[in-house]
Write a protein that binds this ligand. Sequence first.
Ligand code: PLP
Length: 424
Amino acid sequence: MSSILAGTPLNKALSAALENRRRNGYLRTIAEDPPTEQKVDFSSNDYLGLSRNPKLREHFLKTLGKTEHILGSSASRLLDGNSPDHIALEKRLAAFYNAPAALLFNSGYDANVGIFTVLPQPGDAVIYDELIHASVHDGMRASRIPPALRIPFEHNSVEGLKDVLGNLLAANPPYFTGERSVFVAVEALYSMDGDFAPLAEVIRTVREYFPAGNGHVIVDEAHTNGLLGPKGRGLVSHLGLEKDILVRLNTFGKAFGSSGAVVLATPLIRNYFLNYARPVIYTTALPQFNVVSMNCTLDFLEDGTGEALAKQMTDIANYCRASLTKCIEAYPGSKMSLVPSEMVGGVASPIIPIVVAPPLPLALYFQSHGYMARQIAFPTVPRGQERVRLCVHASNTRKEVDGLVEVLHEWMKQQNFGASKAKL
Ligand SMILES: Cc1ncc(COP(=O)(O)O)c(C=O)c1O
């Protein structure tokens, strides 16, 4: 049967675009027959191992059994999809994160699109870390902010931020007099480099440059939520900066082992989003089982289980980083390196990127030896910065790390990167 697209200009355009990606080596694919047996996970965002934690699963199933409505929420929050459970969860989240109000979104992607599409008003500017997540870009693109007022600054560089803010103020007096707002967007932990934002310095800088109070910081805690800070409340809570952040985004698909997101902000902003943020208005609300799942993870964080798992993950991350460093240093010809990262609040970054060009052969080598590690290629990261990104988890063991490093060692030898002096 011939395709409905056969012979059409659309067929030609889509095929040419994909062929272009394939030729340039960055065609994205997903397996149509994903393997049923799991490789050792050095890839997912399940940093605390909660998505497969048997105790959490048991707690979830028990709680689900006591819940009246467990399937679809049946409509948008603005129509029939709101429930006492959704409202109760938002109140619990606001109290947990020490925030004035909380609003659930179906995903972190939706939340960022909502925030950055509607919060900046005409004439406002958004200054963002150059490595900010794609969802922030999508929100800004749909916003009323012209491209000239969406300005990146050098990744994690406070000096870079100061340069951008200084230039903005010099060219636009309304930002200095406080007539227009400036939003500074950062992530607490960057998923591509695995490094933490210098959040306290960012806030100090914004205060200094906008004494009229019209500079606002927005923090995406996607990769720190559940992992860092007291009871896993994130970087903002670890630093005690709750009152200095205009909007916090905490997502539940990573260390939380669940799905969905919450935006923490003032009641006015919550109300504004309920009226204007299309990703919350024109979508079916999170299903009840998702609400139960978030509540169950919160139980695990509140009783200290999460902190114990974060400590376990940190031990493994430090061990993994040290073992990989030793291996890479033994092959100076490899020109490979680890992206550095520091510990914050006693927690290490679970993300350990190995910069290697090209990254695919090494990622496939790991996979063929039973270790799931993925390449991150252009355009997700700049050319020359391509990497195999390792993510460690509380559930990984030292034995698994030893196995992974052994495989790296073998691969280095095969590449003829020079005789190893490494003692693995
Ligand atoms: C920094 C950041 N923000 C937002 C998102 C989107 O979150 P979600 O997966 O819940 O849509 C992600 C994850 O992909 C992320 O890494």
